[in-house]
Design a protein around this ligand. Structure first.
Ligand code: ZN
Length: 493
């Protein structure tokens, strides 16, 4: 071989080696643990890891190189166009056979092989960097703009009044078909795209970018957009997210995150008139009402107690369905509520607000939670009302029938809880606040009547002064109060 030909072959070979390197990216095999919150589901897997300047990628080893390259190319391109400082998200791609779900948490996206140019995938990558709590509709509309610019499949995005008003929330976007018809989902997606296009046109991209990481600003802008189109509608502030394999969906809020397991059922469904078939799994209007109501109530409790500090990093888990009856509870170390029936959500929430400040037990814990849970608890009260208004006519419950006859209307526990609990304490001749939840609650009620809510809350959980009398004196007074005021009722021994 002459010198020139040798050099030619050498350069071709070098070029080939270079090409091979750039298309055949090198991977490092690494152990990955995937775990959904509260360990409902998880697995360990050896995955192929590689890194670019924009993201860390993990692929299940069975995924072909061609697929990986396409995913990396599109995702890197997308990330390079975002102003996200030094943020380097982690993208985990599984085969569909192993994990055909979506889950986003702490700048990590877990998903499976899919159309990398779809608006849905782009949206998930954007949520990974702008935060899973961002306003889904705004992020989706932005994802659509990106797809449109790339000339990929995109939605039209023209404003039109949807068939069902709830579509204005745009929350259908992250719900599966159990919640909405395919037409409704498409209508919500198109509306989201129309909103983003209109906002960009009117205020420019710079202003729009601020909406991405601020759900509050996005909601404000969306309401304004509806108003411009002659619609008076306030979009729900409840933010939903993908729940992976374990959960139907997650709900993000200022007061904690809710995790709704796919097969969660309320163990008191038969007792509670507000629980519909498929509750929290199929009906968007019911689901929205449940979260909006409870989030409002949670705020009311924080305002009412006015404690110096709340830990709003609370997890509220609606666990996998179980066949045996189980009671809801608050786990202090994990700062997590396990909810088996919604009527106890406010009771457990009160524990989560107060127990962390105290190691007390007895009436200060259970009496306190029971008494205050009557203040704001639409779902719990509905169940109690059904129960109290169907009291069996047996001697040990005679006092309840006597009370019903006195008030001459159905029992409404939102109004009647004070009297009824005192009557129960009287009828059973209970005298210790620590006897049970009812005596504890009746005692707290008595203290509130004497000293006001603020003084009682502060004396137990806040930094306030102790009540002006000793516990013994207060119990004695409470016993007298019960015996004097309820003597018209039957005693049962
Ligand atoms: Zn309790």
């Amino acid at each position: 071989m002459n010198h020139k030909i040798f050099l030619f072959f050498l350069s071709v070979m070098l070029l080939l080696t270079f090409c091979a390197c750039s298309t055949n990216r090198s991977y490092v095999s690494t152990d990955v643990t995937y775990s959904e919150p509260t360990a409902q589901y998880g697995f360990r897997l050896n995955m192929d890891f590689t890194e670019t300047e924009h993201a860390k990628y993990y692929f299940e080893p069975t995924i072909e190189n061609k697929e990986r390259s396409k995913c990396i190319e599109i995702t890197d391109d997308l990330l390079s166009s975002q102003s996200i400082d030094d943020l380097v998200p982690e993208i985990y791609i599984f085969s569909r056979e192993r994990y055909d779900y979506q889950y986003i948490s702490d700048q990590k996206l877990y998903t499976s092989i899919q159309d990398w140019t779809s608006v849905e995938y782009i949206t998930n990558v954007l949520l990974t960097v702008y935060g899973e709590r961002s306003h889904y509709g705004t992020i989706f509309g932005y994802g659509n703009t990106i797809a449109k610019n790339q000339k990929w499949d995109a939605y039209d995005g023209k404003f039109s009044k949807p068939a069902a008003e709830d579509i204005f929330d745009l929350s259908y976007l992250c719900f599966d078909r159990a919640f909405a018809s395919p037409d409704d989902i498409t209508a919500a997606k198109e509306l989201a795209c129309a909103f983003v296009e209109s906002y960009n046109k009117q205020y420019g991209e710079q202003a729009f970018m601020q909406l991405l990481s601020s759900p509050e600003k996005a909601l404000e802008a969306l309401s304004a957009y509806y108003a411009e189109n002659g619609i008076t509608y306030t979009p729900s502030a409840v933010q939903y997210g993908c729940g992976g394999k374990s959960y139907d969906y997650l709900v993000y809020s200022d007061y904690g995150t809710f995790y709704i397991a796919k097969d969660w059922v309320d163990l008191h469904a038969d007792l509670n008139p507000l629980i519909t078939d498929g509750f929290l799994h199929t009906d968007y209007a019911d689901t929205k009402a449940f979260f909006e109501t409870n989030l409002k109530q949670m705020k009311q409790y924080q305002d009412l107690f006015a404690l110096d500090h709340y830990n709003n990093d609370l997890e509220i888990v609606f666990p996998k369905s179980i066949s045996t009856s189980n009671n809801s509870y608050y786990h202090g170390i994990d700062h997590r509520i396990y909810l088996y029936h919604i009527d106890s959500l406010m009771h457990e929430y009160i524990h989560s607000l107060t127990v962390m400040n105290s190691t007390m037990s007895g009436w200060k814990t259970e009496g306190f939670a029971r008494y205050f849970s009557y203040y704001y608890d639409l779902y719990g009260i509905a169940m109690l009302n059904q129960d109290y208004n169907n009291t069996p006519n047996i001697p040990e419950l005679q006092h309840i029938h006597e009370y019903s006859a006195n008030i001459n209307r159905p029992i409404d526990m939102a109004k009647d809880y004070s009297e009824l609990e005192n009557i129960v304490v009287y009828s059973r001749s209970w005298t210790s606040p620590d006897e049970n939840y009812i005596t504890g609650s009746s005692f707290v009620q008595y203290l509130v009547k004497q000293y006001g809510e603020k003084a009682v809350v502060n004396s137990i959980y806040g930094n306030g002064n102790p009540l002006p009398k000793t516990y013994k004196e207060l119990v004695h007074e409470w016993n007298d109060y019960i015996e004097t005021n309820y003597q018209n009722y039957s005693k049962y021994k």
